[in-house]
Design a protein around this ligand. Structure first.
Ligand code: CP3
Length: 352
């Protein structure tokens, strides 16, 4: 049993004393102690691949702030890297694959990976972080959605509109489905390995599902996330590991997302929490959704923004406080403390 199980209780909409809070990208460049360890590792990917250091940076935000969860330090692009696409992070330019997908043969010959072997560094970091956390806090594991991984694998790097995969979608949808299906199987195995290694909650990041039209979103993104969730197996003698599904820019599809087997939906900051709650009813919990830029504001404004989010969700359990996307690297850590404090101070009123 976890000493602090607020996150799990909120996901299952059970009674709580206050709203749990954690942040996407909570271990990252806005923390000086993170920059220090990254320097020691050399670069971001070497940090991900070093379980001791990955475990150390996983714990940094929870040592500094009274958060209700830790998230394992890694990246969504570990799977394509394990396929042999050779991931690299160029300073200031984001992710880049040295061997992006350029031919149909590159898709049909993608290898089957065994996550416990090819991605052993992730499972080792999870086991170390679980050991260090003891039963204090839940540990969140994660993966990218097949659609979002395919965006990077086909574009080869980050992009504004990912036109390469859009072109592919219109020209060869059958082959794209083959790629998404392959990614979906690999991701299911990867998340099952994370469950076996000890994670308490899983999150699927679909950063680019919002680029798709409604029918394409259902066909090329949501469907595969649903297949992944259906393929998850609880660890021996343990209860089901809940899944948070985050599609950025998904406000128009909340009803459909809530009808997959997910347990909570992550919301970006464009979505109104009150309307979202009406749409999803009692089917799932909601996570979010403070605009990450609100952390640039003066403390008073940050507090008011937190209050507004809590008020938008309203009374009762089923809300996990978070940002609407990852924290920016140039945020002052003392502003994060203000945000968390405000959640602690004001959220109990919504749980009476
Ligand atoms: O949330 C956490 O603290 C856990 C760690 C985590 C990272 N990336 C660490 C990271 C998680 C959950 C991710 C997910 C991820 N990675 C996503 C989906 C989430 C989202 O933001 O929508 C995506 C699209 C990626 C791919 C990726 N990795 C990008 C686009 C970048 C940014 C590059 C940049 O220079 O800003 C990364 C790098 C990355 N992943 C960093 C961190 C802390 C920054 C690396 C550094 O320079 O130290």
């Amino acid at each position: 049993m976890l000493a602090n199980d607020r996150l799990i209780r909120a996901i299952f909409r059970q009674k709580l004393d206050r709203t749990p809070v954690w942040m996407m990208r909570q271990a990252g460049r806005y923390l000086p102690e993170y920059r220090e360890v990254r320097k020691k590792a050399g670069d971001f990917l070497s940090l991900c691949k070093n379980p001791e250091l990955a475990c150390q940076v996983t714990l940094q935000p929870i040592e500094r702030f009274p958060l209700d969860a830790a998230i394992i330090f890694s990246d969504i692009l570990t799977i394509p890297d394990a396929f042999g696409l050779d991931l690299q992070f160029v300073e200031g330019e984001g992710p880049c694959f040295n061997n992006p997908i350029r031919t149909s043969q590159a898709i049909t010959s993608l290898p089957h990976i065994i996550p416990e072997l090819e991605l052993a560094y992730v499972m080792d970091a999870i086991r170390m972080a679980k050991q260090a956390l003891g039963n204090k806090l839940p540990l969140i594991g994660f993966a990218g959605s097949p659609w979002t991984l395919a965006c990077y694998m086909i574009e080869g790097s980050t992009s504004k509109n990912f036109n390469e995969i859009k072109r592919f979608l219109y020209r060869d949808p059958v082959l794209l489905h083959q790629l998404l299906s392959h990614l979906s199987h690999a991701t299911t195995d990867y998340l099952n390995a994370q469950i076996a290694a000890g994670v308490d909650v899983l999150m699927i990041f679909d950063t680019w599902g919002g680029l798709l039209s409604r029918s394409h979103y259902l066909e090329f993104s949501l469907r595969y996330m649903q297949e992944i969730i259906q393929g998850l197996k609880p660890a021996e003698k343990k209860q089901k590991v809940p899944v948070i599904l985050f599609t950025k820019n998904s406000g128009l599809h909340l009803e459909e997302i809530s009808r997959t087997a997910c347990d909570a939906i992550g919301l970006d900051w464009m979505t109104d929490l009150r309307e979202a709650r009406q749409k999803v009813g009692n089917r799932v919990a909601l996570q979010g959704n403070l605009d990450p830029a609100a952390l640039y504001a003066e403390p008073d404004i940050i507090k008011q923004s937190v209050k507004r989010i809590l008020e938008e969700f309203g009374q009762g359990s089923g809300h996990i406080f978070n940002l609407g996307h990852g924290i920016s690297p140039d945020v002052d850590p003392s502003h994060v403390a203000v945000m968390i404090e405000a959640v602690h101070e004001w959220s109990p009123a919504y749980h009476r």
